[in-house]
Structures are given as C-alpha cells and as structure tokens.
Write a protein that binds this ligand. Structure first.
Ligand SMILES: [Zn+2]
Length: 153
C-alpha cells in the first residue's frame, strides 16, 4: 500500500512556511494517494501529531529557527538547545498501519529513518518512493543539511 507518514509541521502544513518542504510534501502525498484511488488502489497518509520539529515541539522549533538565522544548521540548532536531533518514534504509526491491515507498504519518504522505524515495529517497507518537491531560497540550506547530516535521500 502506498503510504506516507507525515510528521506534523504547523508552520509548513498550515501556515505554508517556505523554511521547510513539509507543506509541499503533504500536498504531493495527497495527490499520489488520489492517483492510487483513481486506479482502484488504496493509499494511506498517517498524520503524526507530536512530531513537530522532528519531535522537539513547536516552541523549541521556533527557537531553533532563531539559531538557524544566527548561522547554525537544523541539526546543530537542536543540539545547541540540549535537544535530540530527531526524537520521533514510529511505534504508533506502525500500530495504525497494522490496524488498517497494511503490513507491507511502499513508503513515500526521502528519510531512511522512517523506513527503519516501521521495520522495527513489524511493518515491511518494500519500496521507498521518493517525494520530489521544489526547494525555495528559504529551504535550500535546510534541505542540504537533511541530506548531508541526516542521511536523507
Ligand atoms: Zn516543516
């Protein structure tokens, strides 16, 4: 089943911030699931509350943005606050997928850690389906950091 695990991002998903690619990724995932439906196939988007700012929460993410404006990247902006680089867990997502009968997924993500997080809790990831969204002047450095420091594809 084509599946997106979307980490909640108030600034990107709701406010349309150009600092990250979350809003565009959510739109791309919705389009992809609709395309599956048009071919008579299922698709799933699991919207993961509590994943804001890779799990550090909205207030800490806003402080991280301040640190990024002062020159730190997205990884160092977390560690400078004494916070984990990525605090997200995928046990709840795996339980939701299992409850939906989706024991095997084609995961729409550029983040290998999401696939590993599902596999850890018993969901088979048979394919990583890349999500390509256009970067903006504001998101270029952030996306480069995710690729270089967090192993994103
Ligand atoms: Zn975001």
């Amino acid at each position: 089943v084509l599946t997106r695990l979307h980490s909640e991002c108030l600034t990107g998903d709701v406010l349309g911030s150009a600092k990250c690619d979350c809003g565009e990724q959510l739109t791309a995932a919705r389009r992809a699931v609709l395309a599956e439906a048009e071919m008579g196939r299922a698709g799933i988007i699991v919207y993961l509350r509590g994943h804001e700012g890779r799990g550090i929460g909205l207030a800490n993410k806003i402080r991280a943005y301040q640190l990024q404006d002062e020159g730190l990247d997205t990884v160092d902006a977390n560690t400078a606050q004494g916070l984990p680089v990525d605090a997200r867990r995928y046990d709840v997502a795996a339980a939701i997928l299992a409850d939906l009968g989706a024991g095997s997924v084609r995961l729409m993500s550029n983040n290998p850690a999401k696939a590993a997080g599902l596999v850890q809790y018993g969901i088979d990831v048979v394919e990583m389906v890349p999500i390509d969204v256009a970067h903006t002047a504001e998101s270029r450095a952030y996306l480069a950091s995710k690729r270089q420091r967090l192993g994103h594809l």
